[in-house]
Design a protein around this ligand. Structure first.
Ligand code: GLN
Length: 537
């Protein structure tokens, strides 16, 4: 029988509910249990694939090609476990399934309603994943904030789960914000009280309240929340801002949350927290700082490139370095000063992206890093830009481009594949998910991976045009990874550069703390070598 842990949020969004959910999963896993995770997103998009990263942050891609909410990235990283599309369910999926069942006559005779038809569909999603994953524990996070109209059916559904289970095996955690008022110099619990009242009016009594705040709460404050919200004081957990999200599991364990989980799970042993303890130790070490530039379109919006940043952090921890990430706005890159600042960096990443904005700036930045031996990692669009730059400036193909940005380019070095050209629908139609990549013996990529065959995740329409591979190769840009079945270039590199590698896939999606993705790991190694040399000089 699967047990369920439900996580809701109140007061404001952006509290790190996803990290809390992921950490909860990790603490359950540390107790030897089989865990799976589910995120409900109360928006009408069928998946996150059609949403702007401006509004919603990164689109995380699962192995099976599902385009999901970025929290799924946290889940996979904290659990060190691959998830499937069953783990991200949106209102769009729920409603479209109810309506299609209605048309098929599956509810024949009934008036189709929010309760029970929509709520049953939501519960089906929960029970389906529980069954398929054979999880001992399923952690379910409800996106949004208590009080949002669109979230109500989900809250009603999770309330019913406790009833379905006859009161046993369902556990509710509510996350809130405890703000600090500068003027009076104190933390305020009133928003938490209101939020819990709202939750209780829907019929959900939280078992645990996790209070997010800048600094730790006092015992008296926790006591107040306990009294007003009808939760024992041990169930009021203060989670202040920490210097790394990878400290959260251990922090929660030590704050007594682990003990509460053990009781709920009927677990008597000691949890295995070695991995989190090791990470915490490395985080606390004194380490050299590497300056890494990210040349992107959405500058300063960390959520847009969250997996890239996390993958960098994993690689930095592995190489015992700290990071100073410098955001470089690709569309402002023509200013000379910006170019000069690139030379001071230890490494540069050009991440993925869509549409032409900023592309010329990315290409110019790549020219600088290529010519100045600055370590470079190109991710998807970043790799495509590297091919364009090389074609133009080394192979002499003036005006070379991707047909995404210049449909009339004389040298379409990046182009649509046949199968993609005919597609009109936008949702879920890119080359998505994990594909096998054969890594070329003797290449830098092969050295990094230490394997001949790797699986990495994709999210793009355009590909390197094979008609130009010979010319690129003759001039020194080699293909060091291919998807053999269709003869597609998956990794490119410059053998004569300290580290100049680009991948058509997104290696950031498979990086985990303690197990950095090899391309990130070796990129950071190269950055550290460059930093060391600069310090010597
Ligand atoms: N826009 C490019 C393509 O569709 C790259 C996509 C990406 O970087 N994820 O191929």
């Amino acid at each position: 029988m699967t047990k369920f842990i439900f996580i809701t949020g109140g007061v404001v969004s952006g509290l790190g509910k996803g990290i809390l959910a992921a950490s909860t999963g990790a603490l359950v896993k540390a107790r030897g249990k089989r865990v799976s995770m589910l995120k409900f997103d109360p928006y009408f998009n069928i998946d996150a694939g059609t949403m702007s990263p401006y509004q919603h942050g990164e689109v995380f891609v699962l192995k099976d090609g599902t385009e999901t909410d970025l929290d799924l990235g946290h889940y996979e990283r904290f659990l060190d476990q691959d998830l499937t599309g069953l783990s991200n369910v949106t209102s769009g999926q729920i409603y479209s399934s109810v309506i299609s069942k209605e048309r098929k006559g599956e509810y024949l005779g009934a008036t189709v309603q929010m309760i029970p038809h929509v709520t049953n569909e939501i519960k089906n999603a929960i029970y389906r994943l529980a069954e398929q994953s054979k999880a001992d524990v399923l952690v379910v996070e409800i996106g949004g904030t208590v009080g949002d109209i669109e979230g109500l059916p989900f809250l009603e559904a999770i309330r019913q789960v406790r009833l379905d289970l006859k009161g046993k095996g369902a556990f509710y955690i509510h996350t809130t914000l405890v703000p600090f008022l500068e003027t009076s110099g104190e933390q305020k619990t009133k928003p938490t009280q209101h939020s819990v009242r709202e939750l209780r009016s829907i019929g959900i009594q939280p078992d645990v309240i996790v209070c997010r705040s800048k600094t730790p709460m006092t015992h008296a404050m926790r006591d107040k929340v306990a009294l007003f919200c009808d939760v024992g004081i041990e169930g009021v957990i203060s989670l202040p801002d920490l210097d790394s999200i990878y400290r959260v599991p251990l922090f929660l364990e030590e704050a007594g949350f682990g003990h509460i989980l053990s009781e709920f799970l009927g677990y008597k042993g000691e949890p295995d927290l070695r991995k989190w303890e090791e990470l915490s130790l490395i985080l606390s070490e004194q380490k050299p700082v590497l300056k890494i530039g990210i040349v992107g379109k959405y500058v300063g919006m960390k959520d847009t490139y969250i997996s890239v940043i996390e993958a960098l952090k994993h690689a930095a921890l592995e190489n015992r370095a700290d990071l100073k990430i410098q955001w470089i706005a690709a569309d402002k890159l023509d200013e000379e000063e910006n170019f000069r600042s690139l030379l001071e960096l230890d490494g540069v990443i050009v991440p993925g992206g869509f549409d032409r904005r900023g592309v010329e700036g990315k290409i110019s930045a790549i020219k600088i890093v290529r010519e100045n031996n600055i370590p470079f990692l190109g991710l998807c669009l970043g790799m495509q830009c590297a091919v364009i730059e090389f074609a133009r400036n080394v192979c002499g193909l003036k005006g070379a481009n991707s047909t995404e940005f210049d449909p009339d380019t004389p040298y379409p070095v990046i182009d649509l594949m046949k199968g993609q050209r005919e597609i009109r629908k936008k949702g879920g139609t890119m080359r998505l998910g994990a594909y096998p990549c054969r890594v070329t013996p003797g290449s830098k990529a092969r050295e990094a991976y230490g394997l001949d065959l790797v699986w990495e995740r994709h999210r793009h329409r355009y590909e390197v045009n094979n008609d130009y591979l010979d010319l690129l190769g003759k001039n020194g840009l080699i293909v060091s990874g291919t998807y053999a079945k269709q003869g597609l270039a998956e990794i490119i590199e410059l053998p004569d550069h300290p580290w100049f590698v680009g991948s058509q896939f997104h290696p950031e999606f498979t990086s985990r703390p303690g197990k950095p993705n090899p391309l990130f790991n070796f990129f950071v190694k190269a950055c550290k070598r460059r930093a060391n040399e600069n310090w010597k000089n």
